[in-house]
Design a protein around this ligand. Structure first.
Ligand SMILES: *Cc1c(COP(=O)(O)O)cnc(C)c1O
Length: 358
């Protein structure tokens, strides 16, 4: 792993904050070390939070079976993605490889950091060929991104990821599992103890029903997590977020599980109903909380739905997703409204009504 680090990062002496230098204390301890206010309208928000979020990580360990030293927490998984670039990729020099179509954040982060972004096109039916990835690698490749289940296509790649790891590419392999809570048996998180270059991303934003909170996770070797902790902002996860997440995991786990079960059941039902719509050409298999569907005219269908007050994601302009909409699974009522709005549509009604794309 060390050889993959940027030189400046390998040599970095991290900022040492007050909470790193003295740990512990009790209710009687007098803290005059961090220039905090002794006053507060809500205790202990006047104090800096735990920079490494140990209490929350222990709760995540109970849930995910990953040791606390193998967990990084950040401001959404986007923070972890950004850190990966800043830790491993030399601007103007290195490259990363990612499947396509996939999540847009990887290429945006690559552009921001002036890193070449090499796309591996998925094959028919969005299958992944491991040779296609291996062919793109060279000695300047620092990271491979594989999103599984993939956004926006919905499929998983557990077997392909195992085959890729078996070929020992000399780079970090990031598996983005933002949606794996909807198909836990497809997660590769369990491989981390034997795969020193594997990183798995997870998030509170989807199955954990907390997108507004901004809390993401990365699981990897202690060595990688140690570097991420050195490079991140010292107090990157605020106290309100840590407190919220602790309460969520301690007191609302059963609701979260029920919501995931409901979403999966609804996904199966809505996909079947969608496939029977006159405008539907194809529904792609999904293991996430959304599905991709090809329709007769994606732009006109999108506009028609928007006029009915239903917003879906138009993927028509994404390579290999021409004619496709990505549809998130909502509540039963929301899903029924979607199907009801789509049922009367046909190529004929779409083309005789003028939906303008402003
Ligand atoms: C939604 C999503 C995320 C989550 O990002 P956060 O910053 O944690 O909200 C990550 N990866 C993919 C592929 C996603 O679709």
């Amino acid at each position: 792993m060390k050889e993959l680090l940027r030189k400046n990062i390998a040599q970095l002496k991290p900022y040492s904050c007050a909470r790193d230098e003295f740990k512990g204390g009790n209710a009687d301890t007098i803290f005059l070390d961090a220039n905090e206010s002794p006053y507060s309208i809500e205790n202990p928000l006047n104090r800096y939070p735990d920079p490494l979020q140990w209490e929350l990580k222990e709760e995540i360990t109970r849930l995910k079976g990953v040791a606390a030293g193998n967990i990084f927490l950040g401001n959404g998984s986007d923070e972890a993605i950004d850190l990966i670039f800043r830790i491993f990729c030399n601007p103007g020099e290195d490259n990363v490889v990612a499947i396509s179509p996939s999540y847009g954040m990887y290429s945006v982060c690559a552009d921001i950091n002036d890193i070449e972004y090499r796309e591996v096109a998925l094959r028919d039916e969005f299958t992944l060929n491991v040779d296609d990835i291996m062919d793109k690698l060279d000695d300047k490749t620092k990271v491979i991104f594989i999103c599984s289940p993939n956004n926006p296509t919905g499929g998983t790649y557990r077997k392909e990821i195992e085959a890729l790891l078996a070929r020992k590419p000399h780079c970090i392999v990031v598996v983005d599992e933002a949606y794996a809570d909807f198909c836990p048996d497809k997660s590769v998180r369990g491989l981390i103890p034997q795969e020193p270059l594997l990183m798995v991303l997870s998030t509170f934003s989807k199955a954990w029903a907390s997108a507004g909170v901004r809390l993401g996770m990365a699981f990897a070797s202690e060595e990688i997590i140690g570097v991420m902790n050195k490079v991140k902002y010292p107090y990157n996860v605020n106290l309100l977020t840590q407190r919220y997440a602790l309460d969520l995991l301690r007191n609302h786990k059963q609701e979260l599980d029920e919501w995931v079960d409901m979403t999966i059941k609804e996904r199966e039902r809505v996909m079947k109903e969608f496939a029977r719509l006159p405008i539907c050409q194809k529904v792609f298999p999904s293991e996430a909380n959304f599905f991709l569907a090809k329709v007769d005219d994606a732009n006109a269908t999108y506009m028609s739905l928007a006029q009915a007050g239903i917003i879906v994601r138009n993927r028509n302009s994404v390579s290999q997703c021409e004619g496709c909409l990505r549809i998130t699974i909502g509540t039963k009522e929301e899903n029924d409204a979607l199907i009801t709005a789509l049922r009367p549509l046909s190529i004929y009604t779409l083309h005789t009504t003028h939906y303008s794309l402003k």
